[in-house]
Design a protein around this ligand. Structure first.
Ligand code: PLP
Length: 360
């Protein structure tokens, strides 16, 4: 072991040694409401048709590197105009990595309002970029003045906005974001991972601002297992990123399944509608409980704070009662005593509410 330690500290960069690997907790036997997954699978007839579609996939061949068929599907589904290009990643996580790999150079800075999606900082750090977080206001709205000051100070190579934001669940005001885009000397990436639930987008602004990109994913909409993220933007940027991307990062099975899913969008859309309805029911139930602060949400999750109890204890108590949610308490700051619950099926939501009531 001694030898490992010595070699590791000599060879592995200190900022990587200081990181903790992204922790995915074991959910075996638990009601899983921790990761913003869609709780629904497909109806049996659709499932059969999907398996049928996979029959013709030629696994002996390399995948379509240009992802042509699936590109056309996305253009139609999301009304992406012809003057914009599309680039796919192995989840949007990989797209964040591709963008930041392209921008990585000594001293380059990545900026985002915080608290936000942790992968921006994690990937920036791994790639040797410096991450700067600009705190949101107490009500989780964007502090535009602080953002503009940070831009002047750090001249960031990239700014990320999760729109709506994870884990706070809100949409930042459009005009604030636009002021940031105008003031930014670098790229601005609008991460629309929750677009299906919020229906707010900056796609209509792409091309009007030459430093703007939009990113989406199928993960939160019901296809987390596929690993398919989508970057949309002006061709000159995407041509550069395409050089950094590994040529076959989107497997044939993923492409064929995405193709199939997008031809049955009505199923996914109906599930999203159900989840939004259930989110409102869950919100109303949570605000009725004593000792909680609950924030409204434009996503498929709700953030709440335990006011009279330690969030770690409530989290553990929920787990003992068979429900896994996300504990954000360790993040500290604005997220002290905060927990995040993903909207599940009505039965799962009821089980969560009963367990929470017992835990409080
Ligand atoms: C979940 C999430 C992602 C990750 O999406 P994948 O496509 O599954 O990698 C990206 N951005 C935000 C804001 C998210 O919450």
């Amino acid at each position: 072991m001694k030898n490992f330690d010595k070699k590791i500290s000599r060879l592995i960069r200190p900022e990587i040694r200081a990181l903790k690997a992204y922790h995915v907790p074991d959910a075996a036997g638990l009601i899983k409401l921790d990761a913003m997954e869609n709780p629904y699978t497909w109806p049996e007839d659709i499932r059969q048709a999907w398996l049928e579609a996979l029959r013709d996939v030629e696994l002996n061949r390399y995948p379509d590197s240009g992802t042509h068929a699936v590109s056309a599907r996305f253009r139609a589904a999301w009304q992406i105009p012809d003057y914009l290009e599309i680039l796919f990643g192995n989840g949007s996580d990989e797209l964040i990595q591709i963008v930041l790999m392209s921008l990585s150079r000594p001293g380059a800075v990545v900026l985002a309002p915080t608290p936000t999606f942790v992968m921006y900082e994690m990937i920036a750090t791994v790639l040797g970029l410096k991450f700067v977080g600009v705190p949101l206001r107490a009500d989780f709205s964007l502090d535009v003045t602080a953002m503009l000051e940070a831009i002047a100070t750090h001249e960031p190579a990239a700014i990320f906005f999760a729109y709506p934001n994870n884990p706070t669940g809100n949409l930042f005001a459009r005009d604030g974001i636009e002021r940031v885009i105008v003031a930014s000397p670098g790229l601005v990436v609008l991460d629309e991972a929750y677009y299906a639930f919020a229906r707010a987008t900056f796609i209509d602004r792409l091309g009007k601002f030459d430093n703007l990109l939009v990113m989406r994913t199928l993960s939160k909409q019901g296809l987390a297992g596929l690993r398919l993220g989508v970057l949309i933007g002006p061709a000159p940027w995407l041509e550069e990123f395409n050089k950094v991307r590994l040529p076959y990062s989107n497997g044939t099975l993923t492409q064929a399944s995405a193709n199939f899913a997008l031809s049955h969008l009505e199923v996914l859309n109906q599930q999203v509608e159900q989840i939004c309805k259930d989110r409102e029911m869950m919100y109303r139930s949570l605000i009725r409980l004593n000792g909680l602060q609950v924030w409204p949400s434009q996503t498929n999750f709700l953030l709440f704070r335990t006011l009279n109890r330690d969030a770690d204890e409530v989290f553990e108590s929920l787990r003992t009662r068979g429900v896994l949610i996300k504990n954000l308490n360790a993040t500290g700051g604005m997220l002290k005593d905060c927990l995040r619950v993903t909207i599940g099926t009505p039965a799962e939501n009821s089980a969560f509410l009963a367990a929470l009531e017992a835990a409080l």
